[in-house]
Design a protein around this ligand. Structure first.
Ligand SMILES: Cc1ncc(COP(=O)(O)O)c(C=O)c1O
Length: 462
């Protein structure tokens, strides 16, 4: 079958430019890349308003799961339950409808092992922030209980209650890793270390940072160096946890550092982090906002880490259509007013999230991600072999794929040339090309994309 891929105008084209000219009221208008035709877009094919058609390996920063206009999502969106949920927003913790209970029953089956609760908000970073709050709450309660004082803050004496109202806060901390990205709220921002521009001029908590080992690739050629880096990182984390003994509410980590440059570490490293977190009495929180929902070839990337016991919380976002976290029973904070937000649980988006999970299952998309992802990685390795001065360190797990170019400028040039040929790749870290295909992407799509990436590399090295 002939590919619909076609680029006939400059990007953005004339129609996109005139649309964009209408959008300057939006503070974020300056870096808009594409104006899509979302009625025409279908499957992996992103259509723009100039009639250009891109093979989309970007999927809106890994937001897209089932491609554009998937029939299962359209069917859900046209269902009376969805329409009613969309036009009758509710403060779901107080007032809800049976569709919310359908969602809860449905999603529980896809929850990571050991997780018995879910908490829903709007975006991914907000989900991380909520998980951190739960970790601090549990930590504070346990500390008071250990000192023979009330767990419940409402039972504290008047002086202490006044101090709390005057921002007494806590000396407890969250430990995160260099290169991490956990969202842009004022809480997660203190655990985010990927780009200066995210943090400049913002207030932050004085939380310690451990070093993330960032494996070098190919793994077999860097085994010793990687093992050393991981051992040093774990030793550093252990020291840090000792320095903050009794004060660490959570250790927060991504199974693959995505925004920070697709940086990986071995399953053994994560098992080491979990063991140290447990020893320190800290919640072990995995941020799966980008790695979750099938992206890695399993529903949750940490399924591939062989953790001896489940994590304490697992954050989700993006493909779930909303943010939030799953929690182990110990982290079920039920006290009225502790966590409530007006919009905890958008019932309409929850139905789309559940349909996404069910479709991943019914269409066997995890198998597809594993098999097609392995093929994609092998082809990226061929690309690195063919153009060793340009392309290095291809790496990936499932559809979390990336490779490096020598500089930021060359990486951006590479992406721009691919886009002009109708293949939409993305950026991450300082000089990495990030590939985040929709989960429906096939081997034929990969081969078509790779032919373009080979052309681009040849052109850039000619
Ligand atoms: C690991 C991780 N955590 C949190 C976030 C923030 O999600 P959102 O942009 O939906 O707030 C992202 C976004 O890229 C992410 O990759």
């Amino acid at each position: 079958m002939r590919s619909p891929r076609s680029v006939t105008t400059e990007i953005p084209g004339p129609n996109a430019r005139s649309e964009m000219a209408r959008g300057t009221f939006d503070m974020q208008h300056r870096y808009r890349a594409v104006v899509m035709d979302d009625l025409a877009s279908t499957g992996v094919w992103l259509h723009d308003v100039d009639g250009n058609v891109f093979l989309d390996l970007f999927a809106n920063f890994a937001l897209g799961a089932l491609g554009y206009n998937h029939p299962a999502l359209l069917e859900t969106a046209r269902s009376p339950a969805f329409v009613a949920a969309a036009v009758n927003p509710s403060s779901t913790p107080f007032v809800t409808s049976p569709s919310w209970f359908d969602f809860l029953e449905g999603v529980a089956r896809f929850a990571p092992r050991g997780m018995s609760r879910i908490f829903c908000v709007d975006g991914g970073g907000e989900g991380v922030e909520s998980a951190l709050k739960v970790a601090f709450i549990r930590h504070g309660e346990r500390r008071r209980a250990a000192a023979g004082r009330p767990r419940n803050p409402l039972e504290l004496g008047p002086e202490e209650q006044c101090a709390i109202m005057d921002n007494a806060g806590t000396d407890a901390v969250v430990v995160s890793f260099s290169g991490a990205f956990h969202g842009r709220g004022l809480g997660p921002m203190s655990a985010t270390h990927s780009k200066l521009i995210h943090k400049a001029d913002l207030p932050s908590f004085d939380w310690p940072t451990a070093i993330f080992p960032a494996n070098r690739f190919p793994l077999d050629q860097h085994a010793e160096e990687n093992a050393r880096a991981e051992a040093e990182s774990l030793a550093g984390l252990e020291q840090l946890l000792e320095r903050y003994a009794g004060r660490v509410a959570a250790v927060l980590v991504e199974p693959v550092q995505s925004e920070g440059g697709d940086r990986h570490a071995s399953p053994a490293f994560f098992r080491g982090v979990q063991a140290l977190a447990q020893k320190a009495g800290a919640a072990f929180i995995l941020d799966e906002v980008q790695t979750g929902m099938g992206m890695s070839g399993t529903y949750w990337a940490h399924e591939q880490l062989d953790l001896p016991t489940p994590p304490d919380m697992v954050c989700f976002g993006k493909k779930m259509q909303m943010g939030g976290f799953f929690a182990a029973p110990d982290y079920d904070v039920g006290q009225f007013g502790r966590m409530y937000q007006t919009r905890n649980g958008d019932r309409a988006r929850a139905l789309l999230g559940l349909t996404t999970l069910r479709t991943i299952e019914s269409e066997g998309l995890l198998d597809n991600v594993r098999e097609t992802g392995a093929h994609f990685l092998a082809r990226l390795q061929d690309l690195a072999t063919a153009f060793p001065t340009l392309v290095s360190e291809p790496r990936g797990r499932g559809f979390l794929l990336a490779f490096d170019l020598p500089t930021t400028a060359l990486r951006d040039d590479f992406n721009a040339r691919a886009l002009r040929r109708g293949v939409f790749t993305s950026y991450t870290g300082i000089r990495s090309v990030r590939i985040r295909p929709h989960l429906i992407t096939t081997r034929a799509h990969v081969d078509e994309a790779m032919a373009v990436l080979f052309e681009v590399a040849a052109e850039m090295t000619a």
